[in-house]
Design a protein around this ligand. Structure first.
Ligand code: SF4
Ligand code: SF4
Length: 181
């Protein structure tokens, strides 16, 4: 498909219903495309690749592959500025999580999340807390922190997210041909 031409034969009319069934995606169809979210979004202000109104429009149209295989669904910083102003309570940050969850199941995850998953697997938290940090905590009257990676690994075992980010699960074939935009 040419970059700016939509091929109706490639649209998936069920995509909006698929998203609406995900936790956080329930209000997708309430959007009436006013653009307030895009006018509010600080990420959109510095990177026009990310445009929440446009992503919602693409999702409503059924541009499943283009949405799920793109980098831009990972750019929302979850600041909730749009949520405060959306007249339709679309709950855009939660909607982005819903779309990301579908993308993840399809094998598409932004590489930066592999770093997060590896850190959680290694330390049970996003930042390592070692002897140095604990000495500082004790000095300021705070209790030391122990790594709790076993608890996190149990979650990983059930969700298989690390297998996904390590490329050990099937998936992503649809995006492999589409490429990341
Ligand atoms: S502010 Fe709400 S209704 Fe307006 S375009 Fe964004 S999501 Fe849709
Ligand atoms: S929550 Fe996401 S979409 Fe909404 S304003 Fe913040 S960065 Fe933009």
């Amino acid at each position: 498909m040419a970059d700016d031409v939509i091929d109706a034969d490639e649209l998936d009319p069920g995509f909006k219903y698929e998203i609406s069934k995900q936790p956080g995606g329930e209000n997708l169809k309430l959007c009436f495309q006013c653009g307030t979210c895009s006018g509010t979004c600080p990420v959109r202000a510095i990177n026009d690749k990310y445009n929440p109104r446009r992503i919602i429009r693409m999702a409503l149209l059924g541009m499943r592959k283009e949405v799920l295989c793109s980098d831009f669904i990972w750019l929302c910083s979850t600041c909730y500025a749009c949520h405060e102003r959306c007249p339709q309570n679309v709950r855009i940050p939660e909607l982005m999580f819903a779309i990301r969850n579908i993308a993840l199941r399809e094998g598409n995850i932004h590489p930066v999340y592999k770093g997060y998953v590896d850190a959680l697997d290694g330390h049970g938290r996003l930042l390592e807390v070692g002897e140095f940090e604990n000495e500082k905590r004790v000095k300021y009257g705070l209790p030391p922190i122990a790594e709790e990676k076993e608890r996190v690994r149990k979650i990983f075992h059930h969700t298989r997210i690390k297998d996904r980010t390590d490329g050990k699960l099937k998936g992503g074939e649809a995006c492999a041909t589409e490429g990341s935009k």
